[in-house]
Design a protein around this ligand. Structure first.
Ligand code: PLP
Length: 449
């Protein structure tokens, strides 16, 4: 690729003049102008190439520009670029069938949305109508999207500015042994205490007022905390006991990221509703949805479902989903994610943790890993305080800059870096990423005490 700094400058200038960016103070950002991308890499106009350890926003599960998915979108555009959601359209039917065949248990009906937040909004709407109750319980360490209900369900600080306190949301603590809210010392203790805490919360909120409990199967942006054995089945039992709808949010964890089609498979649990987006078509065209159990689908068999979207099941997005799922089957992408996690990425990250005083804990599975960075391994004090900004966040900023200098685009959130490459990443690419992380962690080490 021939560098073209002038073209890059023009792209940047138009961006700064007219694009209003997410989650940002508009005058304080300096977005990189991207010239192209392929597979696990992208590059700028100045001749710099980056290995993408973020998969965009953890969604390009088959990497960038997969030729078969690009071709499928082009073919669909030529055949039928769009059609309204009330009609039966071949590619929409096929996408729904392929998704329903892969979701666990009896989650066999698919409501399509344009992304994850809308999936969460509609799952909550379904749960409320199904139960005739209003409250929804969610975990403090969570992210569920940026629309009204989804942001209120979210635990992380992105909620604060939009928190109306009136969305019927009650938050609780989910298990996280490394930073246990329950002073637990073993996984079993953490599991038992987290379940007791959840049941107490339900008792004091009034079981008859609670429509749903929503959990990310493996919380993503909040830190990739694999739940202890028995936790999710325990939540399932609690939901059954009180007639509460169990929603698993697999927007980030689904479609191969954990080394299974859906993370729920690791834990032998079937929710009543499952939300998905991102990896369903690697985000080549916006798509999300809710997979619906028989029981909840039956509620809307003769009673209209009061929700819909102009682009629900958009043919271009569905064509991308059909092609993506086919590619994932043909190229054994889910198996690759599992194998890479077990044989290269997991062991490689653990090896880094042994050598770097700044790595407090390594956790994850598949291509879904977090390094919890600390000032001190003994006290587990985070490398930067919760929600740190500016000078207080300098150690993480220095870590991120060092990774980029070494050709790695890192996922950085608070005191963590996540290693979340594409599900079809190769062993050699992962080794390259580990070497860059090694160098960047040396910079983080300078801030340990
Ligand atoms: N749920 C989870 C678990 C997510 O990780 C995200 C996005 O990162 C969302 C929901 C929201 O998805 P979207 O940004 O497509 O609305």
């Amino acid at each position: 690729v021939v560098p073209d700094p002038q073209a890059g400058a023009a792209v940047k200038a138009a961006d700064r003049a007219h694009v209003f960016h997410s989650w940002s103070a508009q005058g304080l950002i300096d977005p990189l102008a991207v010239a192209g991308a392929e597979g696990s890499y992208f590059w700028d106009y100045d001749g710099n190439r980056y290995l993408d350890f973020t998969s965009g926003l953890v969604y390009t599960n088959i990497g960038y520009q997969h030729p078969k998915v690009v071709a499928a979108i082009q073919e669909q555009a030529a055949k039928l670029a769009t059609f309204a959601p009330a009609f039966a359209v071949d590619v929409r039917s096929e996408a729904a069938r392929l998704i329903a065949e892969r979701t666990p248990g009896d989650l066999d009906k698919i409501f399509f949305t344009n992304g994850g937040a809308e999936a969460v909004e509609n799952a909550v709407r379904m749960a409320r109508l199904h139960t005739g109750r209003h409250k929804v319980l969610s975990a403090f360490r969570s992210y569920h999207g940026a629309t009204s209900t989804a942001i209120n369900l979210t635990g992380d600080p992105r909620r604060w500015a939009s928190d109306t306190g009136s969305a019927g949301v009650v938050r609780f603590w989910a298990p996280f042994l490394y930073r246990s809210p329950f002073y637990a010392e073993t996984e079993q203790q953490e599991c038992e205490r987290a379940l007791a805490h959840l049941e107490d919360t339900i008792a004091f909120e009034g079981p008859g007022t609670i429509a749903a409990i929503i959990l990310e199967t493996v919380p993503g942006t909040a830190g990739i905390m694999t739940p202890p054995p028995g936790y999710l089945t325990g939540v399932r039992e609690i939901c059954d006991k009180y007639g509460i709808v169990f929603v698993l949010d697999e927007v980030m964890a689904g479609f191969g990221r954990t080394g299974k089609w859906f993370a729920a498979e690791h834990f032998d649990v079937v929710p009543d509703l499952l939300t998905f987006a991102k990896g369903v078509n690697s985000g080549y065209v916006p798509l999300g949805g809710v997979a619906i159990s028989e029981k909840i689908a039956a509620t809307f068999e003769t009673r209209p479902y009061p929700g819909g979207l102009t682009y629900s099941g958009h043919p271009l997005a569905c064509a991308a989903a059909v092609a993506t799922i086919q590619v994932m089957e043909d190229e054994k992408v889910v198996e690759n994610a599992a194998r890479i996690g077990e044989t290269v990425l997991g062991p490689g990250l653990r090896e880094l943790a042994e050598r770097h005083p700044s790595v407090g804990e390594v956790r994850g599975m598949g291509v879904f890993w977090a390094l919890d960075l600390v000032r001190n391994k003994e006290t587990r004090e985070p490398l930067v305080p919760y929600n740190a900004a500016g000078e207080a966040n300098a150690p993480m900023a220095a870590f991120g800059a060092a990774a980029k200098k070494n050709g790695l685009w890192p996922f950085v959130n608070m005191n963590r870096t996540h290693a979340v490459p594409a599900c079809n990443v190769t062993a050699d690419e992962v080794k390259e990423g580990l070497a860059a992380l090694d160098a960047a962690l040396t910079v983080a080490d300078e801030h340990t005490v």
